[in-house]
Ligand binder design. Structure first.
Ligand code: FES
Length: 113
């Protein structure tokens, strides 16, 4: 049985410049949406190490480096690039419709080590 998908309209694509991330708070959840060459990826915003804002990190390929202490996370899976570094983050299905970024907040994906 699959969970129902509920797409939430977040923001126009123009608000997330290429290679950058933007934080969005929805209720108690803060997510970071990244524009990777026109492909939008969404991940929990708080680094599991000490809560660093991943939205402010520098991207490389489909990874982002936490701006506080440099741990790198895969934006597609939420996994730390070095397995010894940190726990995984949740990622969220993301798509674009008529210039709007839509995120399915009801179906987070998280790799369990
Ligand atoms: S808070 Fe992200 S690496 Fe320390």
């Amino acid at each position: 049985m699959t969970a129902e998908t509920t797409w939430t309209a977040i923001t126009p694509t123009d608000n997330v410049p290429p290679r950058e991330g933007r934080a969005v708070r929805i209720g108690n959840l803060e997510i970071a949406i990244f524009n990777i060459n026109g492909r939008f990826l969404t991940i929990e915003n708080a680094c599991p190490h000490k809560g660093g804002p991943l939205c402010d990190g520098i991207t490389s390929g489909t990874t982002v480096v936490c701006p506080l202490h440099g741990q790198r996370f895969d934006l597609e899976t939420g996994a730390p690039v070095l397995a010894s570094q940190a726990t995984c983050l949740a990622t969220f299905p993301t798509r674009v419709d008529e210039g709007l970024i839509l995120v399915d907040l009801t179906n987070p994906r998280k790799i369990v080590p």
